[in-house]
Design a protein around this ligand. Structure first.
Ligand SMILES: *Cc1c(COP(=O)(O)O)cnc(C)c1O
Length: 391
């Protein structure tokens, strides 16, 4: 055995996305103690940077020391008590995992189901809450990475609040890629991930809890069943004032997140959102010129996750391995009920750039043509360039 040196790739799947050299360099800086005063000063900056990314002033904003799934679990174990009725909106894989979380916390999930590839229907949520006036929490996914559908956070949160429910929002794929205003929209609890539009390495989950959520956590009648994720304990380390040992923070990973968020702040959130939108338009023009069709209706589409149908008779896995072998390009396979039927092309964070859009179109056209797929050739690049030149 010898040292592991990963191959070079361009990551245009559902995450992780390409990590910029500045972030990788930050990871390699010397490890210091997790209670070192210089480290603690960095943590304060990190919190402020996360508050900026989430557009919130919530003091309870921090990265959970584990991937997005742990951020999800952190929200559910802290907010759901045994016996709580929780309305879960399911329109893809991640909504399904929320339901699983509710059950494991001893709560009772009530589902609002929408077809995969569509946004959550606000009317269905309204009807469900009318039928279940004892529901305490509403949970849904902002950017459903399994299908590429975007749900309307503000509208869904307003409905939940009118029915006296707290809200848990999955913003793993939305943070940094599309508008998310935690305070202005009144989101009560939100979790995200570092390896999607923040372009950091995987393994951390930024979370933020508003006042009403914090009050519910403080007034729980049962202890949080997870020791590691119990916010009452975690806040002894992350919550300002005198910091006490809870677990050893992933020191170097936090340097990397600090750097990734600095990059986001330097670009400006609005500019980052606009970049995702513009490059999505270019990619879309190219894919459609090739004759590929999108799964999600235009008004509900995520710019950072483009799900397209695999053309008739084309071998899904063979195309993806060709892209990897010939172009070092990774695109995502379908997940759950969409496996084998769609490709998920990510345009996330650092990977959302002109070069990648053109590379992806060129590579896909070449590989599909060689696979004998019935696509239009020779048009995609021009269609994408036409969009890029007007932007
Ligand atoms: C990726 C993802 C997750 C899970 O994040 P991990 O870091 O893989 O644990 C949860 N929700 C959504 C919407 C995601 O895209």
């Amino acid at each position: 055995m010898k040292s592991f040196h990963p191959p070079q790739r361009t990551l245009m799947g559902p995450g992780p996305s390409d990590v910029p050299p500045r972030v990788l360099e930050a990871l390699s800086r010397p490890t210091i103690g997790h209670l070192d005063p210089d480290f603690v000063a960095m943590m304060d900056e990190l919190k402020a940077l996360l508050q900026y990314a989430f557009q919130t002033e919530n003091p309870m904003t921090m990265p959970v020391s584990a991937p997005g799934s742990a951020g999800m679990e952190c929200c559910f174990v802290n907010l759901v008590e045994p016996g709580d009725k929780v309305v879960v909106c399911v329109n893809g894989v991640f909504g399904g995992r929320m339901k699983e979380n509710v059950e494991r916390c001893g709560g009772t999930p009530v589902l609002v189901e929408d077809p995969w590839g569509r946004a959550v229907d606000p009317q269905k949520l309204e009807d469900t809450l009318k039928a279940h006036p004892d529901a305490r929490i509403v949970a849904f996914v902002h950017a459903e990475t399994s299908t590429g559908a975007c749900s309307d956070v503000q509208t869904l949160v307003d409905i939940a609040h009118r029915h006296d429910c707290l809200t848990i929002v999955d913003a793993v794929t939305s943070l940094g890629g599309i508008p998310l205003h935690v305070d202005a929209w009144g989101v009560d609890a939100v979790y995200s991930g570092t390896q999607k539009c923040l372009s950091c390495t995987p393994g951390l989950s930024p979370v933020s809890f508003g006042e009403r959520a914090v009050a519910k956590i403080k007034n729980r009648s049962h202890k949080v069943q997870s020791w590691f994720l119990d916010l009452n304990l975690v806040m002894g380390y992350w919550g300002g004032g005198k910091r006490a040992y809870h677990h050893t923070a992933p020191i170097n990973a936090l340097y990397a997140l600090h750097e990734a968020l600095l990059i986001l702040r330097e670009e400006g959130l609005e500019n980052a959102w606009a970049r995702h939108r513009r490059l999505h338009e270019a990619l879309k023009a190219g894919l459609e010129a090739m004759g590929l069709s999108f799964v999600v209706p235009e008004a509900e589409r995520l710019p950072q996750l483009n799900a397209v149908r695999i053309p008739e008779g084309v071998d899904d896995a063979a195309v993806r391995s060709r892209l990897l072998a010939d172009y070092r390009l990774e695109i995502g396979a379908g997940l759950g009920e969409m496996a084998g039927k769609v490709w998920r092309i990510g345009l996330m964070g650092h990977a959302c750039n002109t070069r990648n859009v053109l590379l992806c179109l060129q590579a896909l056209e070449d590989v599909l043509q060689r696979a004998g797929a019935a696509i239009e050739t020779g048009r995609a690049l021009a269609a994408a360039r036409a969009v890029l030149e007007t932007g």
